[in-house]
Structure formats: C-alpha cells, structure tokens
Design a protein around this ligand. Structure first.
Ligand code: PLP
Length: 631
C-alpha cells in the first residue's frame, strides 16, 4: 500500500481542485466517488466496473450518481437560504431546472425527488420538453416556466398545464406570442401567469457571451417590454404579468458579469413594478459556471466564484437596488442547470490499444556501408546528438527527413532504406525531446515535438457521442485513470476515439495553471486499463450525436449506501447495432431479407451450398443485438 503515492497522483490529476469533494482515491489506488464532501460513504469505481463486467455490461459505461445530483440541489437551496438570512432579504428563492441540460427521465425524476422538498420546479424550452414536464409530479408551489419561441400548440400545452393546476409561466419572447396568449385567455377564461424576457445591455463572459447583450437572439428590447405592458393593460390582463426573466448565457466565468446583469435586471424589475404591474418574480436565468479545471479563474472551463458567492451576489444586489427604488423585493428564481447536473455523471471506458508515432523497435539500427548518404547522415545525428547540440541536430534531422522522402519519390531510395531513415529520424527526435525537456527553458517547437512523440491511447468511445463539447467548443473535462493510482504515471499520452474521424481526439487536459497538451498516464500493458471522463452530467449526453453510428452507452445508476459499499440501482443498456440502425430507418426485416436475398443468389450461382448459406445468415443476424462499441 503506497498511500503517499496515491496522494501524489491525485495532485497530478487535480482531483482536489475540480472534484468539489465528490471524488478521491482509496487505499487500493482506485478512484472513488462520495455523495458529498466529507461523507463517509463512498464507492470504488473500479469495483463497480468489474462488477458490471461480470454482469456482461461492457465499457464504455456512463455511471450516474443520483446522490451527487441531489446534493447539488440541496447545496443550491442552502446557499440561497444562507444569503437570504445573511442579508435580511424579505422574500424567498425558487429554482427551476432547465430540462435542456439533461432531459433524461431518471435525471429529471431525481431532480424533482430532491427539488420537491424546496418547491423547485422545471423550465422548458420546447413543446417536447413541456409535454414531458406536464406528465411529471411537481410540488404544487413550484413553477413551470415556458421559455423559448412558441407557436400556438406550445401555448395550448401551457394552458393545459394551468388547467391541471400547475403554476405555469409563459415567458413572452416575441410580441406575436402575446397576441396568441391574449386570444387564448379570452376564448377560454384561463389565466396562466405571464413573464417577459428582457434583452439586457449587460453580457456574460466565456463561450456563451453572445447570449446576452443588445444583439442577443432572445428577449424583448426596452420599447418592446413597454409595448407588452401597454397591450396587457389594454386587454385588462396586466394582473397576469408576474415575472421578469433574463439569461446572459451558460458557464459565466466571471462573477463581475453576473453582478452587472443582476444590477440592471433588478432596476428594470423595479421600474416595471412602479408602473403598477403586480410583478412578483425576478428570474435571473442560468449560467452558474462549473469549475471543470479547478483553477477558480475566469478561464472558459472554469469559474472564479463559488455557488455561495453567486447566491450572495444575487441576493445582495437585488436587495440594494430594491431599497434604492423603494420596491418590495421579488421572489428570486434561478434556472441553473449545468452546476446541478455536471458532477453526477462520469464516463468510464477502456484503453483498447496504443498508437505510437513510430514503432518502438527493440532491435538496434544497423547502418550498412552501402546505405544512401541521407540514411548515414541521420545515423550520425542519432549517434552524436547531446545536450549542447540537440536543437541544431533536430533541425538537421528535419531537413534530412524531407530529403529522404524526395529521394524516395524520385525512386532513388528503396522501401527498406526509407523505413531505416524514418526510424532514425524519430530516434533523433526522441533524444532531442528528452534533452529539451531537461533544459531550463523548453521552447514551443519542443513542446510540439513532445506532443507528436507522445503515445496516443485508443479509447473505446466516441467523442461526438459522449463529450461533444470537447470537440465543438474545446470544453475541458477532467480525465484520469480509475485504478493504478498508487503507481506513478510514467507515460504521456493523448486519447483518440474509435470513430473514423480525425477530430475524434482529446488532446487538451485540465491543469491548475495552464492547459496540458498531454496527460500523465500509466504504460498500457495489454491488460484492462480504464479511464474516466468526469463532470459530464450536463449537456453532454443530450447534445451527443451518432457519428459513425456509435450509439448511446451502457448506463448504471450507483447508490452509495455504507462506507465502501454500493448498490447498482439500475442498469440501462446502451443502443444495440439494431437500435441505432433503426434510427437511420434501417429496419431489421429490411436488412435481413436483403441479406438473405444476396445469399440466395450465391446459392443459385453455385458459389455456396445451403448449409453454408444458413450459417452465414445466422452469423449476420446475431450481430444485430451487439453493442456498437468495441468488445
Ligand atoms: N435558462 C435558459 C433560458 C437557458 O438558455 C439556459 C442555458 O443556456 C439555462 C437556463 C441553463 O443555463 P446553465 O446550464 O448554464 O445554468
């Protein structure tokens, strides 16, 4: 047992920085998860994966920890409760969970199980989300907020919600939505609550900065808001206007931006209230950032504030503005999604193989006298490179490599000599890289070289399916092995997925001060070696696509019941080959009858006999229920 070493590896991967107390390393050198910071209960992730393997549930596997989701919800409630008490705020906080962050039924149900204790509700942005939300049991005092662009069917569904007793708020994003709502109210006598989404001048920060500001896609301008108030007054429906909403983007990295937006929105709220509008709720949207890299900075994959600071700033700022305007404080509504669900899911997958830049041939290179001059010169560089000349020798090697390929193209170098020259070139690079890394200052070209030389681990998953934001917006996620953490990781690697797409790579990793271009990892010994991609519970599952027809992954819901004891509450199998083909409209009967026809033709042509035909067909047919990932 080498506990000290486990702590060291924990530092390499930065668990303490980004883990929010949910993750750690146990005495066996395995990654563990906990239901909350300081909780004595924990689960050994490697044990779960081995247990699932015995049940024939193969990697990649998405592990879901409902208790972590519940803990984040509770933390949000407590943070606002603390701020309300600390600043003597004379109203309350309600949250709504934006379903688009992760609409999976189990996630939304778990959210409601915990959220119902605090009257937390739901936010929807489409008809399908609303349809699902209408079927779920919410606390009677919670809100069901309808954002997004709406047609008549969307509005009809929202009215159905009011009729069945839900506290529906239809947020007006466009003036024409208002006309439909007023007409429906007049026709039916039903009065859902209404909200307006304001287009603020303030902007967020980070990747979603454009969601806010004057040119944002969503929301009403100041004159449009005034027009809504005028129309509602005219229709004698101003009593329905209950909520002012804004959202300046997801993953807001700087707390200052949040404060500015709140200040502006609170002022708008007070001015609207003073126009004799019985408005009651100020909905500050989502956007609370997740510190994916643990740096606590305003970097895109981080956030320079905590949940408590966020709550404090929201409550304190609104209170100040309301006091200044002499207006009663509103009920504060938050629509945080990412920060609630990111932590609760991790993807675990296995390393399938390694792809080396050049074959690590143990046989020494034996140059011959009759080798081409270029090979002899590369061999000279290889034998004489040292800590003083490595830069110059590396540059010479680059030139010789170009020359080698030119000579090959001209037919002047054989395939064997090309192989020898290539190997010598990479050996020179390897030595040059080693000398460069031990120098006081490592220049950019040698950083690039190290990246080129590092091993690529072939990982059994699809970036596009499981971590699409890594590909689309270079979002970083913590990645680390789930075992061998009592062993120093001596290799550097990047990861490539199993899609036939060169974008299917992960070559940026979290670091406290920088972004790592290679990850410290253990040598692959051909034995099962698993890595986890953590904090993938928000947006990743629902935004993932089926590139190359890699389907949803196997899923297991894990409950931590006692110290180092767990329960696999639920297993949800990932897509089979048949399921995923069905989504592309290849039904089983179509494929099977077409394949049978092909075989029948071969039998007719006398190429195969009936018995062989049957065995080919059976072999083909049985694969339809297989997993889309590598076995
Ligand atoms: N509310 C609205 C209107 C949104 O568009 C979004 C997402 O961008 C959210 C809430 C959730 O934001 P987050 O997941 O960053 O908390």
């Amino acid at each position: 047992m080498r506990v000290g070493l486990s702590e060291e590896t924990g530092q390499i991967y930065g668990i303490e920085n980004w883990g929010a107390g949910y993750f750690g390393i146990n005495k066996k050198g395995h990654l563990i998860a906990r239901p909350g910071e300081g909780d004595p209960r924990s689960v050994d992730i490697k044990e779960v994966i081995d247990d699932l393997a015995r049940r024939k549930i193969k990697a990649p596997i998405l592990l879901r920890f409902p208790q972590i989701l519940a803990n984040q919800i509770k933390k949000l409630h407590i943070s606002f409760k603390n701020s309300i008490a600390e600043f003597g705020y004379r109203n309350s906080h309600l949250a709504v969970y934006p379903m688009k962050v992760n609409q999976r039924r189990e996630v939304v149900e778990e959210y409601l199980r915990e959220g119902n204790k605090y009257d937390f509700g739901l936010e929807v942005g489409s008809k399908a989300e609303l349809y699902a939300a209408l079927s779920l049991e919410q606390s009677p005092d919670s809100l069901l907020i309808c954002n997004g662009f709406k047609d008549e069917t969307f509005i009809n569904l929202a009215f159905l919600g009011t009729r069945v007793g839900k506290q529906v708020v239809i947020v007006i994003e466009k003036l024409n939505e208002l006309n439909t709502v007023i007409r429906k109210c007049q026709e039916t006598g039903i009065r859902p609550m209404l909200g307006i989404r304001a287009k603020l001048y303030s902007r967020g920060s980070g990747k979603w900065e454009k969601s806010g500001g004057e040119c944002a896609k969503f929301g009403l301008t100041t004159s449009e808001m005034l027009e809504v108030i005028r129309i509602l007054n005219e229709a004698r429906m101003i009593d329905s206007l209950k909520l002012l909403h804004f959202h300046i983007g997801s993953q807001i990295t700087e707390i200052k931006r949040i404060k500015n937006a709140i200040k502006e929105a609170a002022r708008v709220y007070c001015k609207v209230k003073k126009m004799h509008v019985p408005i009651e709720y100020l909905d500050v949207g989502g956007g609370m950032g997740v510190d994916y890299d643990g740096s606590k900075t305003s970097f895109d994959s981080s956030a320079n504030y905590t949940m408590q600071e966020f709550a404090n700033d929201v409550i304190y700022t609104i209170k100040n503005v309301c006091e200044d305007e002499n207006v009663v404080e509103p009920i504060v509504v938050t629509e945080s999604g990412r920060v609630l669900s990111a932590y609760h899911a991790m993807l675990v997958t296995n390393i399938q193989d390694e792809i080396e830049t050049y074959p690590d041939d143990k046989e020494p290179i034996r140059p011959e006298d009759d080798d081409p001059q270029v090979v002899i010169e590369l061999n000279d560089l290889y034998e004489n490179i040292n800590s003083k000349n490595y830069r110059e020798y590396y540059h010479d090697a680059l030139e010789h490599k170009d020359e080698l390929f030119t000579l090959f193209d001209l037919g002047l170098v054989s395939l064997e000599d090309r192989a020898k020259g290539e190997r010598l070139f990479w050996e020179v690079c390897e030595k040059a890289s080693r000398f460069a890394q031990s120098a006081r200052y490592v220049s950019e070209e040698f950083d690039d070289l190290r990246k080129q030389l590092c091993t690529k681990y072939l990982c059994n998953f699809s970036v596009f399916r499981s971590v699409p934001d890594n590909w689309a917006i270079e979002q970083l996620f913590p990645i680390m092995p789930i075992h061998r953490l009592d062993e120093t990781p001596t290799t550097f690697a990047t990861f490539v997925d199993i899609t036939c797409d060169s974008d299917g790579v992960i070559d940026k990793f979290v670091d406290l001060k920088d972004v790592k271009e290679v990850l410290e990892i253990h040598p692959f010994k051909g034995e099962p070696y698993y890595i986890a991609i953590l904090l993938v519970g928000a947006y990743q599952e629902v935004m993932g696509n089926f590139h190359n027809l890699f389907g949803t992954v196997n899923e297991a819901h894990v409950i931590m019941d006692k110290e180092e004891s767990y329960l696999i509450q639920k297993i949800v199998p990932g897509h089979s080959i048949g399921d995923i083909l069905n989504l592309s409209r290849y039904d089983k009967a179509f494929m099977h009858s077409n394949f049978r026809a092909l075989i029948a033709q071969r039998v007719k042509d006398g190429q195969i006999d009936e018995q062989e035909a049957e065995s080919i067909y059976r072999e083909y047919e049985k694969n339809i229920s297989g997993y889309t990932y590598l076995d």
